[in-house]
Design a protein around this ligand. Structure first.
Ligand code: ZN
Length: 454
């Protein structure tokens, strides 16, 4: 049965929570947009039966595209796997880069005249399908106190543009540094002096394509695929039984069935055959997750982290498991007394602790990124806490920021998720490439601004 992207409007928190609790819908993004005092709007995915059911219960449902049909058409906007044309840089591209293109572009960026200030990093774990992944370190000099900034992309298979954004960022930064020039992205300018400052004073780590198996599957088979490609449990023939949602697999409140209120609208699943949000058999069970974590462990100067996703034009900061509070340090993910109480918005039984100085710092940086995005072509991203309507467990940003709290010997890492692209785009996980070009510029501007301001 075809699945559609739908825009659902409903009244009151409970009605919106029921979309997950009762209807088991996959909601796109963590946030619901407020429309009026008590009305919310979310994007989700539903088949015809589910749409009828929702309408009969009083939700207003605006049906958008058939995600597989429209996604299949969009696959023609990916650079062919068999083309003999050499890859040009992303700034000159007119197609999404395919999976080998991303690896090739990263390798090229770390060689030749860039070799003096870049290093290609081979990740230790091969994917389930045997692919090798790489990251790049950009930084000139050896001051030991220099902070590390870590950008991650490509965790969710269908969000095609994130690796392209990060390759573009790498290409622009390396070229401008090498040639001592500035960078212009739409209406946003970075001077040559600013670019020199980034590379001379910081270590920038970029891991652009963390789930190549999933991305390849989405680009060549099922466009709406989200998970990795862990083989299905023995005996299952349903294609949905393949894969783990890598952004539910990190070691942060991973076992949500214990840590969360049974009534919380947490969009996670222990069912390997869930199409989107299976959490995996154990925390950090997946080779792709292990690679992301290895970067934190192996480069202890990392102090900042951004995970690039789509869509909804949001810059999200911690926490994702419940609403923030800065009064009660003991009310935290570390305290088992609160098991069974987490994840319900608008109650005070549980809220996650964040020191107020940390919150002030992360919001300030997020607003600086928002301003850079706005300057490119006027898009207004929202700066908001990850948890608004729907809590998450086992996600990368909460894991990264929680590391120093779970183990005080580890450094504090300020963490974000950026959800690029508007819900108004058709197939917003992989918008028309002409639109993606603008988004690539916007997010590159945000990341450069972030490097300058940290
Ligand atoms: Zn995502």
């Amino acid at each position: 049965m075809p699945r559609y992207r739908v825009r659902i409007a409903g009244k009151h928190y409970d009605a919106m929570a029921d979309l997950v609790r009762k209807h088991r819908l996959n909601i796109a993004g963590h946030t619901g947009k407020k429309a009026g005092r008590s009305r919310y709007i979310v994007d989700a995915f539903a088949d015809s039966d589910q749409i009828e059911q929702l309408k009969s219960e009083g939700y207003s449902v605006d049906v958008r595209e058939d995600v597989d049909e429209a996604g299949k058409k969009r696959q023609s906007e990916i650079r062919s796997l068999t083309t003999r044309e050499p890859i040009r840089n992303v700034a000159a591209a007119n197609h999404y880069l395919n999976v080998p293109d991303i690896e090739n572009s990263l390798a090229v960026a770390a060689t030749g005249s860039n070799a003096g200030f870049t290093r290609l990093i081979k990740l230790p774990n091969k994917t389930w399908e045997g692919r090798e992944c790489h990251a790049i370190k950009i930084g000139q000099g050896s001051v030991t106190s220099r902070p590390g900034i870590y950008f991650l992309g490509g965790i969710h298979a269908r969000e095609w543009g994130s690796p392209d954004i990060l390759i573009h960022f790498v290409e622009q930064l390396c070229e401008a540094y090498r040639t001592q020039s500035g960078i212009t992205l739409g209406g946003m300018d970075f001077t040559a002096v600013q670019i020199q400052k980034i590379v001379n004073e910081k270590d920038v780590y970029v891991f652009p394509q963390a789930n190549p198996d999933g991305r390849h599957h989405s680009m060549t088979q099922a466009p709406n695929w989200r998970k990795n490609r862990r083989p299905a449990p023995a005996g299952s023939s349903n294609p949905d039984c393949v894969g783990v949602d890598l952004n539910r697999n990190y070691d942060f409140l991973w076992n949500y069935t214990v840590h969360f209120d049974p009534n919380a609208p947490v969009a996670n699943s222990t069912d390997p055959c869930d199409h989107d949000v299976y959490i995996g058999p154990a925390p950090s069970s997946e080779p792709e997750t292990k690679n992301v974590v290895w970067m934190f462990d192996n480069f202890p100067n990392i102090r900042y982290f951004i995970d690039i996703h789509s869509y909804s034009e949001d810059i999200l900061y911690n926490w994702g498991d419940d609403q923030d509070q800065s009064q009660k340090p003991g009310m935290s993910f570390l305290n088992p007394a609160f098991d069974g109480k987490r994840g319900v918005a608008k109650d005070t039984r549980y809220q996650e602790y964040i020191a107020s100085a940390d919150k002030t710092a992360v919001v300030k940086l997020a607003k600086q990124m928002r301003a850079a995005i706005l300057a490119v072509r006027g898009r207004k991203y929202a700066v908001t806490q990850s948890m608004s309507l729907y809590p998450t467990a086992g996600s990368s940003d909460d894991y990264a920021y929680s590391r120093h709290l779970a183990d005080p010997s580890k450094p504090k890492i300020f963490s974000y998720t950026i959800e690029w692209g508007s819900a108004d785009n058709e197939t917003p996980f992989h918008p028309p490439y002409s639109e993606m070009k603008h988004i690539i510029q916007e997010i590159t501007a945000a990341l450069l601004e972030f490097c300058l301001r940290t």
